[in-house]
Design a protein around this ligand. Structure first.
Ligand code: NAD
Length: 431
């Protein structure tokens, strides 16, 4: 469903009218290339060794005064006094960051033995989220907590690229990696030689994820329910992958996936999901159980079966799909919110264990309002509210979730584990 308001505000009368009425002014997001160079700033003393990693991102140093990206290394901020360095570094430049530009703040993990360091580092979260809400013009602001710049290269590349257009106001923890993080031979084809399975991939976000993973070199298995087999086959044909007609709620779904993939899986994307909205007072048990079964129980069952069968290869990547409704709650979605919150619990608990010795990571993406058939079915006024109630004042596209998933699936993202990353334009819900 096209966002006509976004097109309208791009016209001269649209701009005039919406400004006069004080209505949201969404800026079209640049999803192809960032226009400009990179400004590297520091606050506090740092020995992160960031410069060589930033030099490899492809963004040259800014020499125009209109940077496409600003990276502030604030890992050395250890007390409230040194927070002044954050203001001193960003205050003079933030207004000149190009439209659709990026601000990435780097912080350190909170030190449980030093409450002054913890207070100052936690302050960076409130700073990042507040700047994200005020910066405007399609620009994003994110915080990465890290200890090792090399292990964070895939994350920095993602956040400093158009691929993260709809990711803002996020706090992402990186590393330290348990197994060494190795750079791919080709950063454009990081998934070459890898097999990825995407559930619910006949359409919508799942089809976009399959397309992005295939574009990065993966052999993709497009799984969807038997009634969608024809659509799944078409997607698979287009991507040079294969289709698997299977209902993920089948008790033996994990065994059947393992049997269909004798070489095992490198990337497992749990994307299939359904909604059956009703307020709890009107919700029959069937609506409750069908949503919980597809969105949560089947994810647990198939993950357990695939791990038990040894079907997730060493260095594997598991990415499950949560939702901001699971983080913030949503009226009419007690079943959906419960299931999606369950995904967060699964990720937090399994991530440290899956990694042990095998280099497998477990993360989740939590989409906000994404333009798909699922959201096109939402009543008009609620749909408009969902689109506008975020810092970017627009809905995301399936490709935004796909790019975020691909970053988490990246072989060099081994130090990103147990994270729940919202792809929501910094939605007011749960942001
Ligand atoms: P969609 O309805 O367009 O596509 C979902 C796909 O999953 C369909 O192809 C469907 O056939 C498949 N599927 C459903 N039940 C299945 C089952 N039992 N076995 C196998 N396949 C099954 O939905 P979408 O908008 O693309 O959403 C994809 C995921 O993203 C879902 O998990 C959804 O909850 C989540 N999400 C979407 C949004 C959004 O704004 N669209 C927001 C937050 C989260």
């Amino acid at each position: 469903m096209a966002d006509r308001y976004l097109s309208f505000t791009g016209t001269a009368p649209g701009r005039f009218l919406t400004r006069r009425l004080g209505l949201p002014q969404p800026a079209p997001l640049e999803r192809r290339s960032l226009d400009g160079g990179l400004l590297h700033l520091t606050a506090g003393r740092t020995d992160l060794g960031l410069a060589p990693v930033l030099a490899r991102t492809g963004l040259g140093p800014d020499d125009t005064g209109r940077p496409a990206a600003v990276v502030l290394d604030a890992t050395g901020v250890r007390d409230v006094g040194s927070l002044a360095g954050v203001h001193a570094a960003l205050h003079p430049v933030v207004g000149s960051v190009a439209a659709s530009g990026r601000v990435v703040v780097l912080g350190a993990p909170l030190d449980p033995a030093d409450h002054h360091q913890a207070a100052a580092q936690q302050a960076l979260e409130g700073f990042t989220r507040s700047l994200g809400k005020e910066i405007g013009r399609g620009r994003t602001v994110n915080l990465v907590r890290l200890t090792d710049a090399e292990a964070a290269e895939s994350t920095l590349r993602f956040l400093l690229s158009p691929a993260s257009a709809y990711v803002s106001g996020q706090v992402i923890g990186v590393g330290p990696a348990e197994t060494p993080v190795t750079a791919p031979d080709d950063w454009d084809l990081p998934l070459a030689g890898r097999t990825a399975l995407v559930t619910g991939a006949a359409r919508g976000i799942g089809a976009a994820v399959a397309g992005t993973l295939a574009g990065q070199g993966a052999h993709v298995v497009v799984l969807d329910v038997p009634p969608a087999e024809e659509e799944a086959r078409k997607v698979a044909e287009r991507l040079g992958g294969s289709a698997l007609a299977l209902d993920v709620t089948a008790a033996d779904a994990g065994d059947r996936i393992a049997a269909a993939l004798p070489g095992g899986l490198d990337v497992l994307i749990h994307n299939a999901g359904i909604t059956r909205d009703r307020r709890l007072v009107n919700m029959p048990a069937e609506r409750w159980s069908s949503v919980l079964d597809v969105n949560l129980a089947s994810v647990l069952r198939t993950t357990d079966a695939l791990l038990a069968a040894g079907a997730v290869n060493r260095g594997g990547r598991i990415v499950a799909t949560a939702s901001i409704a699971g983080l913030a709650g949503n009226a009419g979605q007690t079943n959906y919110g419960a299931g999606k919150a369950g995904i967060v619990g699964l990720v937090r608990s399994l991530a440290p264990r899956a990694l042990a010795g095998h280099g497998v990571t477990v993360n989740a993406v939590a989409p906000g309002f994404i333009e798909t058939r699922m959201t096109a079915a939402v009543p008009l006024f609620i749909r408009e509210a969902g689109r506008r109630m975020n810092s970017l004042a627009q809905g995301g596209l399936p490709v935004d979730v796909a790019e975020t998933t691909a970053w988490l699936a990246h072989p060099a993202s081994g130090a990103v584990n147990g994270q729940v990353v919202r792809v929501c334009g910094q939605s007011l819900l749960g942001a």
